[in-house]
Design a protein around this ligand. Structure first.
Ligand code: ADE
Length: 257
């Protein structure tokens, strides 16, 4: 039987648009989490809300990897924009992830996960490529699909895609001072969130291909909390659904091509 794709987000709000699209659904409880097994447009999936933060995300990723034998994992949800041109409504696809609050110096270089020799964990390039194609198509359609005036209410014009470094830590970054410090210390970071790099470490341990897709909900500054929940429910979760479904239903290159 086809192995499922694991799809995980920190909050129920982030999965809200995807859940009703599941068919053949079976729900099981594990480690305090509700796991949804089913099909999304024909593709077997296992969907779960992890909870917020690195430990909750790592627990969930480990549970799914060990118990449900997924072929790959997609972590999705919202993130704060860090790079100057990463705006609310934009989509960031991680190519690398780093834990910005990991610091075992002077024993190990700052950010390095002790005894792994690595600070940055790469996502699966082929999965990220598929998502990039799906994202570009969906962003083109976004004003039509979500309503240009609805987007404008959140200050969004033409959302764009960015690919590169996403950083994670157990902190909701909500002051300009904090986001400036992150930009100074990690100038190539595009966005900040609270789970992705932890999941990347788990997936590296399991040899499980990972992709991380984030919709920018705020600029990680003093107004980061404004409209956060409404944006996540009304814009981010819908955009995520469009992109995930487009990626899952994309024709795959034939092995002989
Ligand atoms: N997720 C969404 N916005 C965030 C922020 N500003 N900091 C950390 N995680 C986030």
């Amino acid at each position: 039987m086809q192995a499922p794709v694991a799809i995980v987000a920190a909050m129920e709000l982030e999965l809200r648009a995807l859940l009703p699209q599941l068919t053949d659904v079976q729900r099981v409880a594990r480690a305090g989490r509700e796991i949804h097994l089913g099909r999304l447009h024909g593709q077997r999936v296992v969907l779960a809300r992890s909870g917020i933060g690195k430990v909750a995300a790592a627990t969930t990723a480990t549970l799914l990897a060990a118990e449900f034998a997924p072929s790959s994992m997609l972590f999705t949800g919202v993130a704060g924009g860090l790079a100057p041109d990463v705006r609310v409504g934009d989509v960031v696809l991680a190519r690398e992830l780093l834990q910005h609050d990991m610091d075992a110096s002077p024993l190990f270089p700052r950010y390095e996960v002790p005894l792994t020799g690595r600070a940055r964990f790469a996502v699966d390039a082929a999965l990220a490529d598929r998502l990039a194609v799906a994202t570009a198509a969906c962003l083109h359609e976004a004003p039509h699909a979500l309503g240009a005036s609805h987007l404008a209410a959140f200050g969004i014009g033409h959302p764009r895609m960015h690919q590169g470094l996403v950083i994670s830590g157990d902190r909701f970054v909500s002051t300009a001072a904090e986001s400036s410090a992150l930009r100074r210390d990690l100038p190539d970071a595009l966005a900040v969130e609270m789970e992705g790099a932890a999941v990347a470490q788990v997936c590296a341990d399991f040899g499980l291909p990972l992709a991380v897709l984030r919709v920018i909900s705020d600029r990680a500054d003093d107004s980061a909390h404004v409209d956060f929940l409404r944006f996540t429910r009304e814009v981010a979760s819908v955009l995520t659904r469009l992109i995930v479904v487009a990626a899952l239903t994309q024709p795959r290159p034939s092995p002989t091509a």
